[in-house]
Ligand binder design. Structure first.
Ligand code: UDP
Length: 467
């Protein structure tokens, strides 16, 4: 049998694009589907989207094409909600998707669009492929969305004026306060778009719905959607609970050995020169160790126009992503640092030594490669290295001299490598400090007692001052 080919169409915006890319990744890795993702991007502000796409392409599980942005400004009011703009953009992009399909050498077997793109579902009929909607949210949301057209008929006035939560058959009732903002103003066109979305999902427009939840988490709601009853009669088409499909940063980390990955992040604003970014990249490659790098635009590019927004290609050496595929993950913009540091596969943190980052590392027992950039970070680095012994540092300040790739590689091997004596010491010390962070906050522990002491004192003071 020919390998099934799934065509996934993502709506604009990272919040829609990433779940579709992750779904594609899953279809490829679990089902061995060929996967093509057509990404409808936001146009001018597409930097983050381009980066998310690049990261997925680097994993090699999906082919991703960024579609040219179709201008909708002339028929969408400037104050339209994001929801309406996305729905309109998806509708207007329909011919572009049709053209892209015509160019495909292997025709897709199935088309999956996210719920804001139901306006392009009919394309699937022209080509003769199955068609599904992906709701990257949970089953209760899906239930409310498909039941909204019913509420729209039976409820009079604005939802917000109804005191009692509204009944959704077989599910938890929903209070107006919990509804999406777009669902609230019924006189508005955006509300009508929402109702239309709720109608289009089940109205034989699709062969079914994939939802990012799982049986054990939302068994009752899923049953209400699927088993005979009022809600399933509205739903009409099968629902497949295929979640959780989380962000694959963690999926990738889950596959790595204990304490084997270096996490690199220079805080919320830290950037490097282009030259230093390239040396750092080459050093990582040279070290042969695994890494997860939160990459920011090199400092020398900061002031340039958003056209020059190709972050990875301006910051990284030619072919770096290909050569390090499987070894490392480059994340752009922002990473969930606390969760990453608490993951068991993280063995070291190359940090600018901002104090919050330091504490997040120490509470997880993760040793640090100190890379101070500004403010009190130099002091922090000296303290962590020389006094506490949980960090190793560069031979000179990175802000004064470019740290060479050889030195980077040596630091990385030290902090992660099992053989290195200095590395063994900082790892042992980091674990010791982790235990002390826990102890400090137990009942009667040092910080706990100190805070109680402070509370007693200030209450006493306020008592004395008031008498
Ligand atoms: N942070 C994050 N993701 C990033 C970058 C930073 O979550 O991609 C968080 C990090 O966990 C920390 C804070 O941002 O809590 C940065 O504070 P820190 O004092 O370390 O450095 P600053 O950004 O103030 O220099």
């Amino acid at each position: 049998m020919e390998q099934p080919h799934a065509l996934l169409v993502a709506s604009p915006g990272l919040g829609h694009l990433i779940p579709i890319l992750e779904l594609g990744n899953r279809l490829s890795s679990v089902l061995n589907f060929r996967v093509t993702v057509l990404a409808v991007t936001s146009g001018s502000s597409s930097l983050a989207e381009t980066e998310a796409i690049r990261a997925v392409v680097a994993r090699g599980t999906c082919e991703v094409t960024e579609l040219p942005s179709v201008d909708i400004d002339y028929f969408v009011e400037p104050d339209a909600t994001v929801f309406t703009k996305i729905v309109e953009k998806m509708r207007a992009t329909k011919p572009v998707v049709q053209d892209a399909i015509k160019l495909m050498t292997q025709k897709p077997t199935v088309m999956i669009v996210d719920f804001l793109g139901t306006g392009m579902m009919s394309i699937a009929d022209d080509v003769g492929m199955a068609k599904y909607v992906y709701v990257a949210s949970h089953a209760w949301f899906l239930a409310v969305l498909v039941y909204l057209p019913v509420l729209d008929k039976v409820v009079e006035g604005e939802y917000i004026d109804i005191k009692e939560p509204m009944k959704i058959p077989g599910c938890r009732p929903v209070g107006a306060d919990d509804l999406m903002e777009t669902m609230l103003d019924r006189s508005n066109r955006h509300y009508r778009e929402c109702v239309r979305c709720g109608e289009e999902i089940p109205m034989t427009m699709s062969d079914g719905v994939l939802v990012n939840t799982w049986e054990e988490l939302q068994g009752n709601t899923l049953a209400a959607l699927m088993e005979d009853g009022e809600l399933s009669r509205v739903m009409k088409v099968p629902v497949y609970a295929i979640g959780p499909i989380p962000n694959s940063i963690f999926e990738w980390l889950d596959k790595q050995r204990e304490r084997s990955v270096l996490y690199l992040c220079l805080g919320s604003g830290g950037t490097l020169s282009l030259e230093q970014t390239i040396e750092l990249a080459c050093g990582l490659e040279l070290s042969g160790q695994r890494f997860m790098w939160v990459l920011r635009k090199p400092a020398s590019y900061l002031g340039e126009s958003s056209n020059d927004d190709d972050l990875v290609s301006v910051g990284l050496p030619e072919g770096f992503l290909d050569r390090t595929r499987g070894m490392g993950l480059v994340v752009t913009q922002w990473a969930p640092q606390v969760e990453i540091l608490s993951h068991g596969s993280i063995g070291g943190f190359l940090s600018h030594c901002g104090w919050s980052s330091v504490l997040e590392s120490l509470t997880q027992g993760v040793p640090i490669v100190a890379w101070p950039l500004y403010a009190e970070q130099w002091m922090n680095a000296a303290f962590l290295t020389e006094e506490i012994g949980v960090a190793i540092r560069t031979s000179e300040l990175p802000s004064k001299r470019v740290i060479s790739r050889e030195e980077v590689a040596s630091l990385v091997r030290k902090v992660l490598g099992e053989e290195d004596e200095e590395g063994r010491k900082v790892r042992a010390k980091a674990e010791e400090v982790r235990v002390s962070t826990e102890r400090a906050w137990t009942q009667g522990g040092s910080s706990h007692s100190s805070l109680l002491e402070w509370a007693k004192r200030c209450c006493l003071l306020s008592f004395t001052n008031n008498t």
